[in-house]
Design a protein around this ligand. Structure first.
Ligand SMILES: NC(=O)c1ccc[n+]([C@@H]2O[C@H](COP(=O)([O-])OP(=O)(O)OC[C@H]3O[C@@H](n4cnc5c(N)ncnc54)[C@H](O)[C@@H]3O)[C@@H](O)[C@H]2O)c1
Length: 433
């Protein structure tokens, strides 16, 4: 079987298709599309319609960038018939029991299997547990195509490190890890991604190693944040500010700086469950990883109960109090609201009887309504007993106390989860994580 070369790709003799055009897939398609024609396939007709109009619903790629890329967008899988290299970037969420939901990955593999031809290469980028590509995806490709892996077609894994909302650590300037089903495919993938990634390529010795590398990157972050969250609960009782402690400790050369916060989104709060799921299947019950998950998942309840205590200290009853929550996205400066823990916080505050108004200047109000049933307000009306700045959007960072004086009662409480105002003179009861 003659193998596809990067020259075949560069000359347009063979085409790349990207399957799943979300936060990860679209930037990948655009990066390649600036150099070579790319097929962009997504099952969402709505998304494809918007992309054809030059709109990225995730707000990550500008219309100008989209225009620069030669991408044939389609929600009809027939376009895949022209592809020879398939890059899979579909979601890998967990279900309500925190069990990996491999549905999108299996569906995408089935779809690709229908179009797979001898010599083709399938590269998975979705975050999975070690072993998933070879135990789950490749057998589906074989079954659907009737072809044999590593004889008729080849495959690989290349984890994605795209960081939405971050213009510094982009696809092009972060080292990319690749691993192929044969040494030749690893070399091919290194050359292929080398077309767009300028920071360098790391060839992992096996697909399982590449899968494990990604999942531990996020597990490590999750655990480090959990440690900071636990410290913040402890320091709160000691009446010291966690951010001040972190600033002081960070002056040591080997202190690793993390900050407390609500852990949501599609990655950090989800990926550890892929690892723990597989560990449990293998008879090991992970303790450190899951206890970190528990701490992070319980932070909204901790914040809500502290918030209500602080109102009580001011003689304000939770029942009927007015609270404004600023920021609902899972992290700063992105539109992504998936698994945002701010909604858990809002629910909990309402359980105490508070009237909660919610605003966010980046999140899409329709999306917030559709997914969480929450109506965002565009401007705060009247004065509140408490304002909770839950997300450190750049615009929120620029606010000063004059802004809060207009919307907070004099004896109100300002909760600043990310500590963004703590260097300012604050005329209210003030609390950070
Ligand atoms: N978002 C991040 O910051 C990030 C970073 C690194 C890795 N990842 C990983 O990348 C993967 C994708 O994440 P995302 O944030 O881009 O998800 P996303 O939900 O933004 O995008 C996924 C896209 O895939 C489409 N899709 C779903 N099933 C499909 C199918 N069968 N065929 C074709 N298209 C299909 C969806 O319509 C959606 O547009 C996940 O495994 C995630 O863990 C995400």
């Amino acid at each position: 079987m003659s193998q596809i070369s990067v020259d075949d790709i560069l000359s347009g003799k063979k085409k790349i298709a990207v399957i799943g055009l979300g936060y990860v897939g679209l930037p990948v398609a655009v990066a390649f599309g600036k150099q070579i024609p790319v097929i962009g396939y997504d099952i969402s007709k709505r998304k494809i319609d918007l992309l054809k109009q030059g709109i990225d619903p995730a707000g990550e790629v500008s219309s100008e960038e989209l225009k620069k890329a030669a991408i044939e967008f389609s929600h009809d899988s027939e376009v895949l018939a022209d592809a020879s290299v398939y890059i899979v970037t579909v979601p890998t969420p967990v279900d309500s029991h925190k069990v990996p939901d491999l549905g999108p990955l299996k569906n995408a593999s089935q779809t690709i299997g229908k179009y797979l031809k001898p010599g083709d290469i399938v590269v998975y980028e979705s975050t999975v547990f070690p072993g998933c590509t070879e135990e789950i995806c490749v057998p589906i490709l074989e079954r659907t195509s009737g072809l044999k892996a590593n004889i008729d077609f080849f495959y690989g894994y290349s984890p994605e490190r795209i960081n939405p909302g971050d213009n510094v650590h982009t696809l092009e300037n972060v080292i990319k890890v690749v691993s192929g089903s044969t040494p030749e495919i690893t070399d091919f993938l290194a050359d292929l991604y080398g077309i767009v990634v300028k920071a360098g390529i790391h060839k992992a010795p096996s697909i399982k190693v590449a899968e494990a590398a990604k999942v531990i990157e996020n597990t490590q972050r999750d655990l480090n944040i959990a440690l900071m969250n636990e410290l913040s609960i402890i320091f709160d009782r000691m009446n010291i500010n966690t951010y001040d402690v972190i600033d002081a400790a960070s002056t040591k050369w080997n202190f690793i700086k993390f900050t407390p916060g609500l852990v949501g989104g599609h990655c950090i709060g989800v990926d550890p469950y892929y690892l723990t799921y597989k560990a449990q299947q293998l008879g090991y019950n992970p303790q450190v990883i899951l206890s970190g998950r528990r701490i992070n998942d319980e932070m909204p309840l901790h914040v809500a109960s502290r918030a209500i205590q602080m109102l009580a200290e001011k003689g304000i009853s939770a029942l009927g109090s007015r609270i404004l929550v600023m920021g609902v996205t899972f992290k700063e400066n992105v539109k992504d609201i998936r698994n945002s823990k701010v909604f858990d916080l809002i629910r909990e505050l309402r359980n105490y009887g508070a009237h909660v108004d919610v605003m966010d200047l980046i999140a899409d109000p329709e999306e917030v309504k559709r997914i969480y049933g929450e109506t965002l307000i565009s401007e705060p009306e009247g004065k509140f007993d408490m304002v909770i700045v839950a997300v450190a959007h750049n615009q929120y960072k620029q606010l000063d106390m004059d802004y809060f004086k207009n919307i907070l009662h004099d004896n109100g409480v300002l909760i600043d989860l990310k500590g963004i105002y703590r260097k300012q003179e604050i005329p209210f009861r003030y609390w950070t994580l």
